[in-house]
Ligand binder design. Structure first.
Ligand code: BGC
Length: 722
């Protein structure tokens, strides 16, 4: 039965799924593979001489931090090419849920707290992947914004919050990217599983937005395949013979009509027909990993965000550097779970610096390497791993064995990198000597995250451990004693607490989990070979519990939640902080550079296409750099309550040399100013402030425009009388 998947892929080992073939009709099986950061397949296979390494691209949170859709499109294209040459027909990416709680275990797989930024980035990613003839899948539709209870949790959200915030990025990406597929999420939405929710899958997605691609379930989502098929799901994944039987029984009992089944089969056949497999493409098994590594490097470089810099960065080329923190030597490249990848290599920060001829203090390195080595051996020789391997071998499941030997080992290694080992193992005398003989200290704080679990609001995860606090304090004290600077690198999946320690250090650079080229990209930023140009795609709170969603998180009952109410409604991220005057640690859109930019000459015209906003950005500093200019709109008076301001456009400049300027034009369709009043979209007449700036709180230019009449739109954006 075509509308039920055939389990994990047999054609491409390690790929998450495959559709069923119909040999007598010449319908081939097509292969579906994760995930956002690159193609997730087994790099090594039994009985096969070649290797199948995939490029580890930066995670989506890093891609969003670039604010550069053109670059993200190139990442998507490279992922598409890799998929194509490895025989993957459909990518199970991009993921496009919202950064609602900083603790979300998949925060690294998602783009932003802002629907416009998330939607534009996803659209670019989709265009890139699909330009290679490989399908892209927007996931997880919708409301999978936390991992606690994800298989069952009932998300309660108002229609306004859904339409303005949670559905919006999907809508943008569908219109601007035209993805071949959408994956319905595990969770329930307002009472019904997303995979069994006709309002979501049929009304909104197909009727209102005109989506004509395929809808699949997340792997093992929901509890009733018959309801799934009725509600609008075309393909149940990963699929099982039991589900086929349940559907056949339902059909025989008249619970599923021919018409419904035909619609679903047609969607699957359409997807198969579009695939490279159906076109007879013969994958080479040899994607251009070298070229893709360069793109991964570029995206990592542009996604790094400089939070603080008190004359510490860039460091001089000939500097002697003392590298602290295990992440300096075993840098975490990406998050775990389906968003993981198995690349040929990961360049650590230490190796990246050494490659650039930076002197890395060997004694500090020796201590880390010898201490951590023991933990690595511990991690990979775990009893549980041995038992699983024996089980897999006994059952002759080579796919499982390959998984254990490649992806699972990878996961164990990544966890080992961040488990609770004390790092404050230096004496004061030793630190003093290190401070004397080096020019600068770099401390890497690493964290990993995975689907299936949220990040813990605890030390070692959201908060620094005690030994990390001590490390930061003692290294800073020792280096400052000699007038030397201390730089902290945050090798993290999402925000962590910074307020309690940020004043102790001179610079903080968020490098995120930026893929296999992490060491090279970090080194080039540290050395000033490139100026940082990333900006935060989400607010970093001063205090985790000031995040509005934390009031209801993780839902009720607390120990095993089955329901979570989005009580903050539309006030997610900066929409909350700005409206309710709450000071964040670092605001949405924030990120500094080694150079400075001036904004001037704001002019706004109304044209048939919308508001045409023009201004200039000039590099007035002494280094080359790129700036992310952001346009926020604020309704000065409205009947409907609205957030203080909302992002309505952005533009990343080209690389501007000192003194160089760029004229920027951003067009905002007028309907993009609309809010949803519960029944339809409305742009109220009145004054709107156009706010142009370098972050959501660093507004450089403002002007007020007038909308003369109310304008209303239905849910499909057809203009209606108000
Ligand atoms: C994840 C999806 C993924 C699928 C297949 C699920 O557990 O939620 O994002 O695509 O597995 O690996």
């Amino acid at each position: 039965m075509l509308i039920v998947g055939a389990g994990s892929s047999r054609l491409v080992r390690g790929a998450a799924g495959e559709t069923r073939a119909i040999d007598r009709l010449g319908v081939p099986p097509i292969v579906l593979s994760d995930g956002p950061a690159g193609v997730r397949i087994h790099p090594l296979r039994f009985g096969v001489g070649e290797t199948f390494y995939a490029t580890a691209f930066p995670n989506e949170i890093v891609l969003a931090s670039t604010w550069n859709p053109e670059l993200v499109e190139r990442v998507g294209k490279a992922i598409g090419e890799e998929a194509k040459e490895y025989g993957v027909d459909v990518m199970l990416s991009p993921a496009i849920n919202m950064h609602r709680v900083p603790l979300c275990g998949r925060i690294f797989e998602y783009f932003s707290e802002d629907p416009l930024l998330a939607g534009e980035m996803a659209a670019a990613y989709v265009r890139g992947v699909q330009s290679e003839g490989v399908g892209a899948t927007l996931k997880h539709f919708v409301g999978n914004d936390q991992e606690v209870g994800r298989m069952v949790i009932n998300v309660i959200a108002s229609e306004r919050a859904l339409r303005e915030v949670y559905l919006r990025p999907f809508e943008i990406a569908i219109k601007k990217g035209k993805p071949w597929a959408v994956m319905a999420a595990y969770n329930k939405l307002n009472g019904l599983y997303c995979t069994q929710n006709p309002w979501l899958l049929t009304e909104v997605l197909r009727k209102e937005w005109g989506f004509d691609g395929l809808v699949m379930t997340d792997w093992g989502a929901g509890d009733n395949p018959v309801e799934q098929v009725k509600a609008g799901t075309d393909l149940i994944m990963p699929g099982s013979d039991d589900i086929v039987k349940r559907l056949l029984d339902a059909y025989k009992q008249g619970l599923l009509s021919d018409d419904i089944i035909n619609q679903r089969v047609k969607a699957v056949l359409n997807l198969v027909a579009k695939s490279l497999k159906a076109g007879g493409y013969k994958p080479s098994g040899k994607p251009n990993l070298d070229d893709h590594a360069k793109i991964a490097y570029e995206a990592a470089l542009e996604g790094m965000v400089l939070l603080k810099n008190e004359a510490a960065l860039p460091i001089v080329e000939k500097a002697r550097v003392a590298l602290f923190g295990r992440g300096s030597y075993w840098t975490v490249k990406g998050g775990l779970g389906s968003g993981d990848t198995c690349p040929r290599y990961v360049v650590s920060i230490a190796d990246g610096l050494k490659e650039r001829n930076v002197f890395v203090d060997p004694e500090v390195e020796k201590i880390y390497v010898s201490t951590l080595h023991r933990f690595f051996e511990f991690g990979t020789s775990q009893q549980v791993f041995k038992q699983m391997r024996e089980w897999a071998l006994k059952n002759g499941d080579m796919n499982a064995v390959e998984f254990l030997l490649t992806q699972f080992v990878e996961w164990m290694m990544e966890w080992t990198r961040t488990i609770n080992i004390q790092e404050d193992f230096f004496t004061d005398e030793f630190l003093d000597e290190v401070a004397q003989r080096n020019d600068v200290a770099i401390i890497t704080i690493s964290r990993v995250a995975t689907e299936g679990f949220d990040r813990a609001p605890a030390q070692g995860d959201f908060y620094l451990r005690d030994d990390e606090h001590r490390l930061v304090a003692r290294v800073s004290q020792a280096f400052h004693r000699y007038g030397k600077k201390v730089v902290v690198l945050l090798n993290v999946a999402g925000p962590i607490e910074v307020v309690s320690w940020m004043d102790k250090v001179d610079a903080i650079l968020v490098i995120w989990l930026p893929g296999q080229e992490v060491g090279r990209a970090t080194a080039d930023i540290l050395l000033g070979r490139a100026s940082p140009s990333g900006k935060l795609p989400l607010t970093w709170p001063r205090n985790l519990f000031e995040t509005p969603a934390m009031r209801a998180y993780p839902g009720e009952p607390k120990d095993n939640p089955v329901q979570v109410v989005y009580s903050e409604d539309i006030y997610i991220g900066y929409r909350y902080y700005d409206t309710f005057n709450v000071e964040p640690a670092y605001e949405f859109g924030y990120g500094i550079s080694y150079t400075t930019f001036e904004y001037e000459g704001l002019a706004v015209e109304k044209s048939g296409e919308g508001l045409v906003i023009k201004f200039k950005v000039k590099n007035v500093g002494s280094r080359s750099g790129k700036e992310v200019a952001q346009v926020y709109v604020r309704a000065l008076a409205s009947k409907l309550t609205k957030p203080f301001q909302e992002l309505k456009g952005f533009h990343k400049t080209k690389l501007l040399s000192p003194g160089e300027e760029e004229l920027i034009t951003i067009t905002i369709p007028v309907e993009n100013l609309a809010s949803f009043n519960g029944r339809y979209w409305i742009v109220e007449k009145g004054q709107y402030e156009i706010r142009v700036g370098s972050s959501s709180r660093d507004i450089r230019l403002k002007t007020v425009i007038e909308i003369d009449n109310d304008m209303c739109f239905d849910v499909s954006w057809r203009q209606i009388t108000c």
